[in-house]
Design a protein around this ligand. Structure first.
Ligand code: IDP
Ligand code: MG
Length: 151
């Protein structure tokens, strides 16, 4: 059994376009376990910390403005290889390079409106989960489908 966790966030465009349910459904139907989820309007400070490694990029101010433009849905998902698999389920950063079947490939077109975020490594997942969630917000439960998903 793997307790690997990743941080997935539905961005303001994903919320505005009514895609929350479909994105959550993809992770549920794959067999991953939801550990935590909230609906929140993040502060500029939190978003600048979340994207700190992109501070030098020319698109940083527009990225922060985009992310500040409405509520988001930060989530923690758990399961085997979930960091890498989560990135594959999201697709490429640029939706035009994303295959149909991926979330970005199915639901988006522009890189600056790519509807979702996913951690790029186990290390950044741990940092992002700690940044967005308090320890007490992370549930501990066993899914009744566990034995039907893992051998
Ligand atoms: P990722 O979200 O696939 O991990 P990152 O390189 O970490 O991609 O960039 C974070 C976010 O910044 C992207 O999801 C996208 O919304 C935005 N972004 C990245 N590159 C560009 C760009 O060249 N122009 C506009 N926005 C960009
Ligand atoms: Mg990234």
């Amino acid at each position: 059994m793997s307790a690997e966790r990743t941080f997935i966030m539905i961005k303001p465009d994903g919320v505005q376009r009514g895609l929350v349910g479909q994105i959550v459904q993809r992770f549920e139907q794959r067999g991953y376990k939801l550990v935590s989820m909230k609906f929140t309007q993040p502060t500029k400070e939190l978003l600048e910390e979340h994207y700190a490694d992109l501070k030098q990029k020319g698109f940083f101010p527009s990225l922060i403005a985009y992310m500040l433009s409405g509520p988001v849905v930060p989530m923690v998902w758990e399961g085997k290889d979930v960091v890498k698999q989560g990135r594959q389920m999201l697709g490429q950063t640029n939706p035009l390079a994303s295959l149909p079947g991926s979330i970005r490939g199915d639901f988006s077109i522009d890189i600056g409106r790519n509807i979702c975020h996913g951690s790029d490594s186990v290390d950044s997942a741990q940092k992002e989960i700690a940044l967005w969630f308090k320890e007490t917000e992370l549930t501990q439960w066993k899914s009744s489908t566990h034995e039907w998903v893992y051998e």
